[in-house]
Unconditional design. Structure first.
Length: 119
């Protein structure tokens, strides 16, 4: 077997395993939390190409539509929007809280709830 053949077989299997292994979140399950975060001035800065941002969005499921999300990437992934540059965003995702504090990286929903007072 050639390396190309092995990759052609192995890659789809790995991708399927990763996708099939992710827990599904029912629509709207975290609506109250997402709305509370927005009401308290919490923002998530992210980029469409950022895998950690995608993971964070998946944690919320359909409820992510209620999160105050700021897209920082320019089309094509080359550069940053003026809003994110002016805000000094250097990593994704970045969560900014109502008190002005920030945390970079994926956060568990329980941590977001606690830090924002949305418990």
């Amino acid at each position: 077997m050639t390396a190309g053949t092995i990759l052609a077989v192995l890659v789809p299997v790995v991708v399927f395993a990763l996708v099939a292994g992710k827990p599904k979140v029912e629509p709207g399950r975290y609506d109250a939390l997402a709305q509370c975060l927005s009401d308290k001035g919490v923002k998530m800065y992210g980029a469409y190409w950022c895998s950690h941002c995608q993971n964070q969005k998946e944690m919320f499921g359909e409820s992510f539509s209620k999160v105050d999300y700021v897209e920082c990437s320019l089309p094509g992934g080359q550069g940053q929007t003026d809003e994110c540059a002016a805000a000094g965003i250097s990593g994704y995702p970045t969560w900014e809280f109502g008190d002005g504090s920030r945390v970079e990286g994926e956060l568990q929903l329980s941590v977001l709830a606690q830090k924002s007072g949305c418990e």
